[in-house]
Design a protein around this ligand. Structure first.
Ligand code: C2O
Length: 469
């Protein structure tokens, strides 16, 4: 069994060898399946300007049309229940290719991919300095000043942030969900039921947060699926996501899908020798099956608060029209379903003690382009109320915005969809004396100011609550 370790707990030369391997793999031709470039293109490859700035550096660029159309490129699975297994396979073969490059250079024969546990920032039993450190890109990966001289190849240009915002790494909305999928892609851990989905729209909670939000927080190559895997930190970010899947399962009473459509789905990769191989989803159900484990780390499998399975929901209010999401958007008042025809109320909770009524905010058909930063979402209930810690409900990362907005063989172009469980915030707000169910507003605020190459349009926002009996 290999053990993947926390990057901040490494006491050997794992990262030095990683840097040397990346450097060596970058000298390989983009048409070579074991090159740095080919490995990145398996995830996504494109030549519009925002992507080309990274791809034109590739050895042997441009790739041959046969390579581009080989069926091995542009494979990443997003907005689907294949998100977790596909990325697990992707890491598995990548790790072997890097390990072979290292042993061919005379290095150790058992190199293992480390993980970056930014979620440690939520670990209340860690010290304040450990929590802060977890949010920082490991220093070996360089800084806004440039590469770390001893780890040259671990740096890439144009990253926007080297320190993540704490709210962008919250593991709990995902870890608390009890179902891997619930068919529709509404709130669940692992994503909605789809076929092959390179740019799907049934995004699970773990994919949404922290996964997508971390991508767009770092931004640059990482902010776009067509370039993300060219940033060496991508693989440590994904090792952490992969670890969270295993931790989620280890909580007990959590299960991977049992349907054959999921278990028998097949994906193609190349192994360390550069030969084509394939793998089916059921081979990836636990990390042990693939011969590795993660060191025990936060969040531990016992600490989640399981949420009830999502009950039947009904719309309570929605935005009357689509709107442009700009830097300084004023609060958006929701139009409420007329009272007599409303099946769900936000207020009356007719539930057994200790159970919380569930309310979900959907942000649907988000289209646009450009390197958008994470968006903070607030629900307010007073005239002129600003977004603050009390009414903060979550953040969204518009990872894959451009592809999801462009009709193609892979996407219907209808954009990205998000669902956030807002039960706790609604609960807090409705205890206020001046709570008014007819007066709900929403604020969507980008975490950093957008240049004018960013365009975001939101099709609809809607609030859904559990039906009253
Ligand atoms: Cu396929 Cu983190 O992306």
């Amino acid at each position: 069994m290999k053990t993947r370790k926390n990057v901040y707990h490494l006491q050997d030369d794992t990262l030095a060898w990683y840097s040397r391997a990346v450097e060596e793999m970058k000298t390989r031709d983009i048409n070579d399946p074991t090159s740095w470039w080919y490995q990145g293109a398996i995830h996504g490859y494109a030549t519009y300007p925002q992507a080309l700035t990274f791809w034109q550096d590739a050895t042997g660029y441009p790739p041959s049309p046969q390579t581009v159309d080989s069926g091995f490129w542009n494979r990443c699975q997003h907005g689907t229940w294949y998100f977790l297994p596909w990325h697990r396979m992707y890491l598995f073969y990548f790790e072997q290719i890097v390990a072979k490059a290292i042993s061919d250079m005379g290095g150790p024969s058992d190199w293992t991919l480390p993980y970056w546990n930014y979620c440690e920032a939520f670990n209340t039993s860690a010290s304040a300095s450990e929590q802060d450190q977890a949010l920082q890109l490991p220093p070996e990966f360089g800084s806004s000043q440039g590469p770390n001289a001893d780890f040259q190849a671990l740096w890439i240009k144009d990253r926007r942030n080297y320190v993540l915002k704490k709210r962008n790494v919250n593991p709990w909305p995902a870890m608390n969900e009890t179902e891997f999928t619930n068919g529709t892609g509404e709130i669940c851990f692992g994503g909605g039921v789809t076929g092959f989905a390179h740019s799907g729209s049934q995004t699970g909670q773990l994919e949404s947060l922290p996964h997508n939000v971390v991508h767009t927080d770092i931004n640059g190559a990482m902010g776009n699926p067509d370039t993300a895997a060219l940033d060496p930190i991508f693989w440590l970010h994904h090792a952490n996501i992969d670890r969270l899947w295993q931790v989620w399962l280890d909580q007990g009473d959590r299960h991977n899908p049992t349907i054959n459509a999921w278990r028998n789905f097949r994906f193609k990769f190349h192994n360390a020798e550069g030969n084509p191989v394939d793998m089916v989803v059921k081979e990836t159900e636990t990390t042990q099956q693939l011969g590795y484990v993660y060191t025990p780390d936060f969040p531990h499998s016992t600490t989640a608060t399981p949420r009830r399975t999502l009950p039947a929901m009904d719309v309570v209010g929605a935005s009357p029209a689509s709107f442009a999401l700009t830097d300084h958007m004023s609060p958006l008042n929701l139009e409420m379903v007329p009272k007599p025809s409303r099946n769900a109320r936000l207020k009356a909770a007719s539930l057994a003690q200790g159970q919380k009524k569930r309310t979900v905010l959907r942000i649907s058909n988000v289209t646009g382009k450009g390197p958008a930063s994470p968006i903070d979402v607030f629900i307010t209930n007073r005239d002129g109320e600003e977004g603050n810690d009390e009414n903060f409900v979550g953040c969204i990362g518009l990872f894959g915005l451009q592809n999801a907005s462009t009709p193609s063989v892979e996407s219907d172009g209808s954009g990205l969809n998000f669902a956030i469980d807002v039960s706790e915030t609604i609960d807090k707000l409705r205890q206020r004396d001046d709570w008014d169910e007819e007066k709900i507003a929403l604020q969507l605020i980008p975490q950093s100011q957008h240049e004018n190459d960013v365009e975001i349009n939101v099709g609809r926002v809607s609030l859904h609550s559990e039906i009253d009996d």
